[in-house]
Design a protein around this ligand. Sequence first.
Ligand code: HEM
Length: 219
Amino acid sequence: MDATTPITGTLSADLRQATWAVHERAHRCSYFGALFDGDLPLDAYTLLAEQYVAIYTALEEAGDALAADPVAAPFVIDELRRVPALHADLDALGGGVPRVLPSTAAYVARLREAASDPALFVAHHYTRYLGDLAGGQVVGKVLQRTYGIEGPGRLFYDFRALGSPSAFRTRYRALLDDAAWTPAQRGRLLAEAVHAFELNIAVLTEMAEEVGLAQPLAS
Ligand code: HEM
């Protein structure tokens, strides 16, 4: 199935199916492969955190802009906010002036467009936060294991204020399924979620080049 396939199930199930193939491609990005294997120096992670500051600032500003929108409002959840944690992480990681890669700037430009469309906003919201609460939790553990980072430096992955990540993911799927989407919004949301994954893959591909990995996508 892709984002153009007619609606068959709940929105959360359709989203998962629509993004399945692009998620598989995201798994093969060599940047995460090298990070998980403990093969990267810490500044290769700091550069990713710098991209996240730009991305989450735009995403969370889009949420603020849509906070009064009846469809988007339930997704604007304070405990999800990552920008304060990212600033604390960057202070601890000791980076200089954050660098924003061109692929990140393109992602940020799209997030600014999402600030006036609840369907686009929720597509990006789902792609980032649900990912952070699932596979992203593994990255937090890798930072601890590889670099010995506890607390600041890996606060981005600390969602304890939300309770159990898996319980939150269940609650989140209910939010997706219960919102009053029009068929047009639902179609835009599914297509934009695939696009959001592509924007993330573009950032990870550029990250791989920046940190000197030969193959941006592992075979
Ligand atoms: C090496 C890279 C990655 C790994 C190992 C990984 C792993 C996982 C795992 C284990 C889950 C949980 C699946 C489940 O609950 O059944 C998940 C879910 C998810 N991941 Fe990833 N992931 C990776 C990359 C990404 C990227 C780059 C994104 C997008 C930014 C992403 C977004 C998501 C989303 C949105 C979900 C929730 C799917 C749903 O339940 O609807 N992941 N990931």
